[in-house]
Write a protein that binds this ligand. Structure first.
Ligand code: E4P
Length: 220
C-alpha cells in the first residue's frame, strides 16, 4: 500500500519525506490556500523536487477548454505530476485526453461506485473517493472503498488505482489496507498517529532505563 501525504505545507512534506515512507503528495485548492503560498506553480515545482512519487496538482477551472489548458501547464512542471481533475463530465473528458497522452491523472471528488467506474473508463491513474466526507453525512466511506476495490478487481481492463482520500484517522488507513486499496492520502497529523502506541512508549522507556543499569555502550 502506498502512502501519500495530503498537504501543501512544504515543511511538513520535507519532514515526512525524510522518514522514507512517503510515496507521493496530494494537494487541492483548499490546502494551497491554507499553505499561504502565493505562487502555486512554484509551490508545486518545489514539492515535485522533494518527493519522487506522484504529486497531485489540481486544475482550478470547471469548463473543459480552460481545464485542459491548465492541465497542460501543470503537466509540464515535472515528470511526477498527476493532474487532478474533478469528477464531472468535463473533468473526465480532460482525464481521457491526458491519460491517452501518458500524463498521470487523479480524478477527485468521487463519492459513488458509479463515478469510480466512469473514472476508470476515462483512463484515470488514480480515483480519489473521499471517505471522511461521506462519514460526515452518515454514509459509510469505507463501504464505498470496498465496492470500488471489488468492481475494479473484476475487470482486468481497469488499471485505475484506488486512492483513499479525506482520511481522518488511523482506522481509515487500516481498513483501506484490509480492503486492498492501492493508496491512502493521509494528513500529516494522521501519519504521525500511525506511529503511536502507548505500549511502544512505555516499553522503550523501560529498555532505556534497564540499559543504563548495564553501564555499557554500543560502539558507533
Ligand atoms: C484528496 O486528495 C483531498 O485533498 C483530501 O483528501 C480531502 O480531504 P478533506 O475531506 O479532509 O478535505
Amino acid at each position: 500500500m502506498k502512502f501519500f501525504v495530503d498537504t501543501a505545507d512544504l515543511s511538513e512534506i520535507k519532514e515526512l519525506a525524510a522518514t522514507g515512507l512517503l510515496d507521493g503528495v496530494t494537494t487541492n485548492p483548499s490546502l494551497v490556500a491554507k499553505s499561504g503560498h502565493s505562487n502555486f506553480i512554484e509551490l508545486i515545482r518545489e514539492i515535485t523536487a522533494i518527493v519522487e512519487g506522484p504529486v497531485s496538482a489540481e486544475v482550478a477551472s470547471t469548463d473543459y477548454a480552460t481545464m485542459m489548458g491548465e492541465a497542460q501547464t501543470l503537466a509540464k512542471i515535472a515528470d511526477n505530476i498527476a493532474v487532478k481533475v474533478p469528477l464531472t463530465p468535463a473533468g473526465l473528458k480532460v482525464c481521457k485526453n491526458l491519460s491517452s497522452n501518458g500524463t498521470m491523472v487523479n480524478v477527485t471528488l468521487c463519492f459513488s461506485a458509479a463515478q469510480a467506474i466512469l473514472a476508470a473508463k476515462a483512463g484515470a491513474t488514480f480515483v480519489s473517493p473521499f471517505v471522511g466526507r461521506l462519514d460526515d453525512i452518515g454514509q459509510s466511506g469505507m463501504d464505498l472503498i470496498a465496492d470500488i476495490c471489488a468492481i475494479y478487481g473484476a475487470y482486468s481492463s481497469f488499471d485505475t488505482q484506488v486512492l483513499v482520500a479525506s482520511v481522518r484517522s488511523p482506522m481509515h488507513v487500516v481498513d483501506a489496507a484490509r480492503m486492498g486499496a492501492d493508496v491512502a492520502t493521509i494528513p500529516p497529523s494522521v501519519i504521525r498517529q500511525l506511529f503511536k502506541h502507548p505500549l511502544t512508549d512505555k516499553g522503550l522507556a523501560q529498555f532505556v532505563e534497564d540499559w543504563k543499569k548495564t553501564g555499557q555502550t554500543i560502539p558507533v
